[in-house]
Design a protein around this ligand. Structure first.
Ligand code: MLT
Ligand code: MN
Ligand code: ZN
Length: 304
């Protein structure tokens, strides 16, 4: 299977439009060695022709312009995106659906009932698309039952319920229900290889660890280095945990559990602009390098 990183940043991207944290200011001024990042999304294909989009970020226009495979130009109106899978209803993962409103048929959208609820009430993107060509909703269950997507022959998908947070406009913001957040395992039956994708991860439960341990590639939540990172930068008094994101560096953080795994190639995605690992010359980036943990970057391609 082919995996293409459309965007590797967290909400707001990097640099964020209104942010003057060390990283954002530094990358704008050229004083910090770092790459700009759009908001998180990936695309997966079994044949390199038809693609499944995982989350639709507000930056999707740029992301598609930068990835010509998504515009094969076979007809006057065309796209290589055949279906869209949504892992949660957060703004950075769904707003791009509005950009895709000109599609000439209903979009095939795969998401849980909890996500569907939020996207038809608190943030009614699906209702809005109903005034265009609409959507065909394919419900993703949270019982770990695998499913297939017709446009991705040979790939098997499994949704893994995760503990994170629901979006701010959700009735279950801090009182989550199964399906508010899922990680997705995609296995290629021809190669036997699988990737586990979880851009928003608050608590790493045992069943999630198991999926990661058995993956060939993990693409996981790389939002923050420390839980109090936003307040340290004077940006917000919110802890990452309150927003549903585990930190990387503290006890029980991402580095410690990734270090315990032998099999997977380990890649962080959904990296917030405050995170010191974005600075390629930082001590924190060196810690990741030493641990063999990579940062996803926009345009990164992975073959499995
Ligand atoms: C998150 O990942 O917690 C959200 O995307 C934050 C946001 O709304 O930007
Ligand atoms: Mn986010
Ligand atoms: Zn910033």
């Amino acid at each position: 299977m082919h995996i293409h990183v459309m965007g590797s940043g967290a909400g707001g991207g990097f640099p964020q439009w209104n942010c003057n944290c060390n990283n954002c200011k530094g990358v704008r001024e050229g004083t910090v060695k770092a790459s700009r990042r759009t908001q998180s999304s990936i695309a997966i294909s079994s044949d390199g022709v038809d693609w499944i989009l995982f989350n639709a970020s507000p930056d999707i226009k740029k992301q598609m312009d930068d990835f010509p495979a998504l515009q094969p130009a076979r007809e006057v109106r065309d796209t290589a995106i055949k279906a869209i899978l949504i892992t949660d209803a957060q703004i950075d993962h769904v707003t791009g659906l509005l950009t895709l409103r000109e599609h000439n048929k209903p979009w095939d959208i795969y998401c849980t009932e909890a996500v569907h609820d939020d996207l038809t009430t608190g943030f009614p993107v699906f209702n809005i698309l109903g005034h265009f060509r609409g959507i065909n909703w394919h419900e993703i269950k949270t019982d770990l039952e695998s499913f297939t997507i017709p446009a991705a022959p040979g790939l098997i998908f499994t949704a893994v319920p995760l503990k994170s947070e629901a979006p701010p406009y959700s009735p279950h913001r801090h009182n989550t229900v199964p399906g508010d957040n899922v990680g997705i395992r995609v296995e290629d039956t021809r190669t036997g290889k699988n990737v586990f994708y979880a851009p928003g991860l608050g608590v790493v439960e045992d069943h999630v660890l198991e999926f990661m341990r058995n993956a060939d590639v993990v693409l996981v939540d790389g939002t923050v280095w420390t839980d109090d990172e936003m307040s340290k930068e004077g940006i917000s008094d919110k802890r990452a945990q309150e927003m549903g994101h585990i930190n990387q560096s503290e006890d029980g953080g991402t580095i410690s559990f990734l270090n315990s795994m032998e099999r997977p190639r380990k890649i962080l995605i959904h990296i917030n602009n405050t995170n010191p690992i974005l600075n390629e010359e930082s001590a924190e980036r060196q810690v990741l390098n030493n641990a063999g943990i990579e940062l996803a970057y926009d345009g990164m391609d992975i073959e499995l």
